[in-house]
Design a protein around this ligand. Structure first.
Ligand code: UT7
Length: 321
């Protein structure tokens, strides 16, 4: 086997369920308003999976597009990683279901649970597998059906989340121009209670999400800010070397505060949450794809990706597309 030195990210694709739920629709379900949701979060709408549409369906539909884009057969994929917090079944993994749907018979497949940081965790794992020669073509997917764990009577959380999937191919390359520069992961279990999707094993019944919104808000700004500063410093880079900041899409006010705190220009930041809301592990590929579709992100651009979620977990990645 040749001496593989780099891993590159390509074939970014997404899938969103057909049904769109607007803020006005929500205002007929709970005591809220379009005005409150837009002002406090920036979210205008979210996509919602149908009753018989599961996380693996969304993942599969996105994955197919990634493979098509890269002209890669399913049999050429040697590893499938799905980041998800909302698997249809607790066991086996969503990734093995996707493997079977694709016919990716030469892959090993597994899920990772790092909540909204799942895609960044996945990038880091994929990067390591490529660099250590454990795999050559990794299908990395973030996929969620948050609507299935949402308490639709709780206005403080039900307005925030949406369903969707995003995927990419992380593959080995000897070309050092397009590559994952670095990834850095963190977690703090002391803040376990800040966001929980309660387990049916503990509570007898399908668990819903509870969130200490204001605490998570503050944690999100601090965690993402610190990890962005760390990864830039560790790579002797500044924000001037970055074309686009791609932050986790939870709340536009979090993203704005993140930029204000560090003096980062907001117009260097991709914001797609108005269309998709918070799709947990899918927000990063959805935001990258949104940036590409809108003529912002281009091949060769340097992306500074950052995410934070339940656990707490957080992390950042520097990727030259
Ligand atoms: O992916 C990572 C996980 N999630 C996040 O990063 C989310 C982090 N947190 C947030 O984005 C914000 O904290 C929220 C959007 C959840 C809440 O925004 P806030 O500005 O912190 O609102 P608040 O919780 O302080 O509530 C302000 C008021 C309250 O009413 P009172 O007590 O002042 O009378 C709430 O009851 O807004 C009320 N409220 C609502 N009103 C209308 C809460 N939710 C709603 C709603 N519609 N949907």
């Amino acid at each position: 086997m040749e001496n593989v030195k780099y891993s590159k990210v390509s074939g970014i694709a997404t899938y969103l369920p057909e049904k769109v739920l607007t803020n006005d629709d929500l205002s007929k379900m709970v005591d809220t308003s379009n005005e409150w949701i837009v002002t406090r979060t920036g979210i205008e709408q979210r996509h919602i999976a149908s009753d018989d549409e599961y996380t693996y369906d969304l993942a599969y539909k996105s994955a197919i597009k990634s493979l098509e884009q890269e002209n890669l057969s399913a049999k050429s994929v040697d590893c499938i990683i799905v980041a998800t917090t909302t698997p249809a079944d607790k066991c086996p993994s969503t990734a093995t279901k996707v493997q079977s749907m694709l016919g990716a018979t030469n892959a090993f497949a597994f899920d990772i649970q790092a909540a909204c940081s799942g895609f960044v965790y996945g990038l880091s794992i994929a990067d390591s597998f490529i660099k250590t020669g454990k795999a050559r073509n990794i299908l990395l997917i973030g996929s969620e059906t948050m609507s299935k764990v949402t308490d639709w009577s709780d206005r403080s959380t039900c307005v925030l989340f949406g369903d969707g999937a995003g995927s990419c191919i992380v593959s080995s390359t000897t070309n050092d121009e397009h590559k994952i520069i670095d990834t850095k992961l963190y977690s703090d279990g002391e803040r376990y209670d800040q966001i929980v999707i309660h387990n049916s094993l503990k509570n007898g019944g399908m668990g819903h999400m509870t969130m200490k919104g204001a605490e998570v808000f503050k944690s999100a700004i601090r965690c993402m800010s610190d990890s962005m500063l760390d990864i830039l410093r560790n790579n002797s880079m500044s924000i001037d070397d970055v074309n686009w900041i791609v932050p986790h899409q939870a709340n536009a006010r979090i993203i704005k505060s993140l930029c204000e705190l560090n003096g980062y220009p907001l117009d260097k930041t991709i914001i797609s949450l108005q269309k998709h809301a918070n799709t947990s592990s899918a927000t990063i590929p959805l935001a990258i794809d949104y940036g590409m579709q809108n003529g912002k992100i281009k091949k060769g651009d340097m992306l500074l990706i950052t995410a934070m979620g339940a656990g707490l977990t957080w992390g950042s990645a520097l990727v030259r597309l």
